[in-house]
Design a protein around this ligand. Structure first.
Ligand code: FIX
Ligand code: ZN
Length: 441
């Protein structure tokens, strides 16, 4: 007998379900509410206009996005060396020709560019980029940023800020104007994962550090983090970690993590975001496009969440094979919040699989997605695609709840959608993301 997946209607327990939605009303309601909900995008590489050219936008940046570069090198005879010798415009022309003219844009990333052009009423089938370039060149950055955030239905963008990036540090030190829609994050990859390099830079900034990570050095690293927390007012601290990440780990790196980063997060009441499973530069010739994924041993989360119950951990894992374990650990530790379908997972078929599993195991107590946008206009297609992928998943879940006898109403759908895309993050950061007054500037 073929098992039908259609929800079987059971007699609803609450007689007042008349105010509730009927089965066929649920999907339109979910679609509307997802469209209305202003998103908090918890992880991006975007910057406000006040950070100048650190903020990437426009057609040439969209086309030379490392996702498209990876796809370009698969379909072009051009070598990476030849490609890197070109100007940004020539690189964009080469990618447009190979991925959009000589071949159809079928991948998630190439279709994303087409969706952005369509959103601005620009041609998508032309051989050249003259119209698109003229359009973006005529835009005022500040106006364009607001419009794109509005088009994407994104209220707050959370940045990725590296205090050891000299260019970015100089902007922060210039007392840059803070944009209320862009929140800072203290990103610590260089500090923790590559200590052998930056320690002299901290020394040049007046911190008495050493490459051995002595007790005094750890104290100075804490002072460095305190200073940057004052400067950036971050909403969380963040680290991306390889698949080989171990905790506990007695190396200098492990001690900086345990004795400086984790305690500082507690002191500043900040969550620590761990993005685990990236294998950096497996093919350095293609630069940012050269990173890959590895399955991690997630027992590190057991050790961390158990040893530091007063710390809050936001965790995203890059390997598809790690997703189920992450859900199970989140059921064991309420100081662990799974977030996003990171990077190579940000494809509808995988987002669907991960999100269904998370809802079945965690209800709405996780953060389903972040855009990881590096170029501003990517917000438009990444959030449209997320809303498009999640509508049938959430609708199916609410229809199952109705079939089991739970009175589903618009208000209840809205509350859960707000939880997924706003209040889970607000609770985790203990900060309400009003883009008006709440935040110190
Ligand atoms: O570590 C990260 O924040 C990653 O998201 C990036 O390194 C990566 O290059 C990226 O853009 C993924 O979407
Ligand atoms: Zn990222």
């Amino acid at each position: 007998m073929q098992l039908s997946l259609e929800p079987v209607a059971l007699k609803p327990s609450n007689p007042c379900s008349s105010t509730g939605l009927k089965d066929e009303q649920i999907e339109p309601a979910v679609r509307d509410i997802l469209a209305d909900t202003q998103i908090i995008d918890v992880h991006t590489h975007l910057y406000p206009a006040s950070f100048g050219h650190l903020g990437l936008w426009g057609i040439d940046e969209l086309l030379t996005y490392h996702y498209l570069e990876a796809e370009f090198f698969r379909s072009s005879e051009m070598t990476p060396e030849q490609y890197w010798s070109l100007s940004k415009l020539q690189q964009a022309d080469a990618i447009w020709k190979v991925l959009f003219v000589e071949n159809c844009p079928l991948s998630e990333a190439t279709r994303g560019v087409v969706a952005v052009l369509t959103a601005f009423g620009l041609p998508t089938g032309s051989d050249g980029l003259a119209d698109a370039r003229a359009f973006f060149q005529a835009r005022d950055a500040e106006v364009h940023i607001r419009e794109v955030l509005h088009m994407a239905g994104v209220e707050t963008v959370v940045m990725t800020n590296d205090p050891l990036d000299e260019e970015e540090a100089a902007v922060w030190m210039s007392n840059v104007h803070r944009d209320r829609q862009f929140r800072a994050v203290l990103r610590l990859d260089r500090l923790v994962r590559e200590w052998s390099q930056p320690w002299d830079r901290l020394a040049s900034q007046g911190y008495e550090v050493d490459d051995q990570g002595s007790t005094h050095c750890i104290k100075e690293i804490r002072r460095f983090l305190e200073d940057w927390c004052e400067t950036m007012q971050p909403v969380y601290m963040a680290l991306s970690l390889p698949d080989s990440f171990k905790f506990p780990d007695e190396s200098v790196r492990g001690r900086i993590f345990r004795e400086a980063v984790v305690p500082l997060c507690r002191e500043f009441d900040l969550p620590l975001s761990l993005m685990i499973g990236v294998r950096r530069q497996v093919n350095p010739k293609i630069r940012l496009a050269g990173d890959a994924v590895g399955r991690a041993d997630l027992r590190v989360l057991e050790n961390l969440c158990r040893e530091f119950p007063d710390n809050r951990f936001m965790v995203s894992v890059l390997s598809r094979e790690n997703q189920h374990e992450l859900c199970v650990y989140a059921r064991k530790f309420n100081n662990l919040t799974p977030f996003g379908c990171w990077w190579f997972l940000n494809n509808p078929s995988i987002v669907e699989e991960i999100t269904r599993e998370r809802i079945e195991m965690l209800g709405a107590s996780f953060i389903p997605q972040h855009s990881d946008a590096r170029i501003l206009e990517q917000l438009i297609y990444k959030w449209r695609n997320t809303r498009r992928t999640l509508t049938p998943i959430l609708s199916h879940t609410f229809r199952l709840a109705l079939a089991d006898g739970y009175p589903v109403t618009r208000e209840r759908i809205r509350r859960e959608v707000e939880r997924l895309f706003r209040s889970n993050f607000e609770q985790c950061t203990r900060k309400r993301q009003e883009s008006s007054l709440e935040y110190p500037v």
